[in-house]
Design a protein around this ligand. Structure first.
Ligand code: ATP
Ligand code: MG
Length: 655
């Protein structure tokens, strides 16, 4: 495919509504002085050095940044410990008995861990891991449901200086095995099972299948008892140990946090696999903590009084940066929920918000579109007036969903922060600052202070305002990945070779006349219709703005005359009947919204779209089907039957 996106991403659907920060919000915001942008621009290293004061260092660093592109070292010479920063230091303050985690299981049980509780549990778990032979530099795999032990396990590893690799609990045995072997893990921490929509997820059985003599580095499996007898697990003598048995001998005991170098690896995390085979990215300790702490405080406006809830799973980078490290280092009180949003009914999220008085909600556009499809009656059942800030991450959010979120969840009063970032970036990179930025639905607005984002054409020249191109980051930032685990060459070629010394994000973006950034989707997904570049985002937004449409994915199919033409895969809202007339109506709707050039050549109705396990639309698989190719890497696909169904329908319609 022609990858030249420099010319003309077509004008994005003009969404003219603008929302200045509500005055009462702006008055109390953590960041109130717009001078921070200029200050950070003039002296980025000085800016980050200022932020580094929020972190407790055992040994002070000597240099803020050592940059031998594309290799970065931040806070050179400093030593610290991430678990110490997230837990121990709060014990020296009034926060010692503050709730750190308010957990609710899917069946409804509740557990509260204060910072002191967390301290005790992390120490015991670290001692248990040490007894199993885990020391500084050993890697540990974590394959757990959303239970407090997931956070405890991550922090226990960090305490020992043992990098963790968390594998989302929805992954198959094969995916788990690949990650254990790639990261050379010594111990696996899992659970007997987890709950999902009232059913059991057989984690231990999956782990057994994953290991099956094919994970040479793995010595022990630590098993949390989440479900009990119903899970019916077999324990392999000599290899498997119950978590409660392993921690019991260490009750009340402590282990000093291992001082690690600022550049010591904190974790390895595999990307979602939306665009291809997942990459194991390495994040280190000092810069990562500085970046996640700073962004949590500034973007979520986090205060001690808040009740914060990030709905992501700890298996994704969002869970690492904005459930564990950023929020806990800030001394947050947060809600953690184990299960599905539609269990026992489609109002579970809203019930949780009302029950715990949640003030900050951070979720994904795909969830918001699902809630829209279910209808506003569900949130209306509950009092959501405690909310004061809403955030989104994971995909571009179409203006329709943004407005729905603001109106129906935020009651029209909460600022919405659309946060753009990646597993690679470790921290939020483009986002409003809620007390300063006038937001526009569908735009992630502006780069965070100290982040030098730009949009380049094929030749590496910044595109003029109003046009689109490759989104890049021109200067290192503290939470950036340091490499791909075991594959430094791929790190260089994938991210740093198109424009040497500049980080290539792989996403397309456009900046409007006012300098706002609009994410347009993956560069690989961009369509080239009669020499016009059209981002998938704008086509999908146009479709979703039609009242019949719940969700849409658009791909380019080969067209004799135009080169490519858009083909739309559309999921209808609950009560809408599919028909040929509706297909025509949707095509006309897109043509009216964007222009005749964007008119979908074909519209397919489908019950679901193929998504990654992090719930992102995998357009590359739709392209494979449309082009009659063998479908590519599907290991991160949520539900293979969705793909089979689309394939069958596609073949039927083409016949
Ligand atoms: P892979 O790299 O394996 O294809 P992935 O890119 O989906 O997987 P993540 O690192 O979880 O893995 O996702 C980052 C990507 O998600 C970004 O590159 C971008 O395409 C998309 N994204 C995240 N947040 C936003 C946002 N607020 N607006 C637009 N896109 C976003
Ligand atoms: Mg990616």
């Amino acid at each position: 495919m022609d990858k030249d996106v420099s010319g003309t991403f077509s004008a994005l659907l003009q969404e003219d509504r603008r929302f200045p920060p509500p005055p009462q919000f702006a008055e109390q915001a953590n960041v109130r002085d717009a001078g921070v942008y200029e200050e950070a621009r003039r002296d980025p290293e000085g800016y980050w050095a200022g932020q580094a004061k929020q972190v407790d260092w055992f040994t002070p660093y000597q240099r803020v940044l050592e940059w031998n592109a594309p290799w970065a070292k931040w806070f050179v010479g400093g030593t610290l410990n991430a678990a110490y920063n997230c837990v121990d230091r709060h014990l020296k303050t009034w926060r010692r008995n503050k709730a750190a985690i308010i957990w609710e299981g899917e069946p409804g049980e509740q557990r509260v861990l204060t910072y002191r509780d967390l301290y005790r549990e992390v120490n015991q778990a670290a001692l248990a891991l040490r007894a199993l032979g885990v020391g500084k530099g050993d890697t540990v795999a974590i394959y757990l449901p959303m239970i407090p032990e997931a956070v405890v396990a991550m922090l226990a590893c960090a305490r020992l200086g043992a990098p963790h690799t968390v594998v989302f609990g929805g992954f198959s045995p094969e995916s788990l095995r690949e990650r254990i072997n790639d990261a050379k893990c010594k111990v696996l921490i899992t659970a007997d099972a987890g709950y999902r929509r009232g059913n059991l997820v057989a984690l231990k059985a999956n782990a057994d299948a994953a290991l099956n003599g094919e994970t040479p580095t793995l010595r022990h499996v630590l098993v949390v008892q989440r479900v009990g007898a119903k899970a019916n697990v077999t324990m392999q003598a000599g290899r498997d140990v119950w978590w409660h048995d392993a921690v019991a001998p260490h009750a009340g005991k402590e282990i000093a946090p291992e001082p690690v170098d600022a550049e010591h690896p904190l974790y390895i995390l595999y990307t979602s696999g939306t665009t291809g085979r997942p990459k194991g990215l390495v994040h280190t300790t000092g810069g990562y903590l500085v970046g996640t702490m700073t962004t949590t405080r500034a973007i979520f406006d986090l205060k001690d009084e808040d009740v914060y809830w990030c709905t992501a799973d700890v298996g994704w980078v969002t869970g690492h940066s904005y459930i564990v490290y950023g929020p806990l280092a800030n001394g947050v009180t947060q809600v953690m929920y184990e299960g599905a949003p539609d269990w026992p009914d489609k109002d579970r999220f809203w019930a949780l918000i009302a029950k715990y008085g949640i003030t900050i909600l951070y979720t994904a556009p795909t969830s918001i579109r699902t809630f829209m499809r279910w209808g506003a009656a569900y949130p209306q059942r509950h009092d959501l007036s405690s909310l004061r800030l809403l955030g989104t991450v994971g995909e571009p959010i179409n203006p329709e969903a943004w407005i729905w979120y603001r109106d129906h969840i935020g009651g029209g009063r909460c600022p919405v922060v659309d946060t753009w970032w990646q597993t690679e970036t470790g921290m939020i990179m483009i986002s409003p600052l809620p007390g300063l930025t006038t937001t526009r639905p569908g735009s992630a607005t502006f780069p965070f202070p100290g982040v030098d984002a730009d949009i380049l054409d094929e030749q590496g020249k910044p595109v003029p305002l109003g046009s689109g191109g490759y989104l890049v980051i021109k200067r290192p930032w503290p939470a950036m990945m340091r490499s791909i685990w075991g594959d430094p060459d791929r790190y260089v070629s994938q991210y740093w070779s198109k424009y040497p010394g500049i980080y290539l994000t792989g996403d397309g973006a456009r900046r409007d006349e006012d300098g706002y950034f609009w994410l347009l989707g993956r560069v690989d997904d961009v369509l080239n219709v009669s020499a016009h570049r059209i981002g998938t985002m704008e086509l999908e937004s146009a479709l979703v703005s039609h009242p019949a449409v719940a969700e849409a994915a658009v791909i380019g199919i080969t067209h004799e005359i135009k080169g490519q033409a858009p083909a739309a895969f559309v999921t209808l809202r609950g009560d809408v009947e599919p028909s040929e007339a509706l297909k025509k109506e949707l095509s006309d709707h897109v043509a009216k919204k964007i222009g005749g050039i964007a008119r979908p050549e074909k519209v397919f109705f489908t019950a679901e779209l193929p998504k990654t396990r992090s719930a992102k639309i995998m357009r590359r698989l739709l392209r494979d089907i449309a082009e009659g190719r063998v479908v590519g890497d599907t290991t991160t696909l949520t539900d293979p039957t969705v793909l089979a169904d689309i394939k069958a329908r596609y073949a039927q319609e083409e016949a």
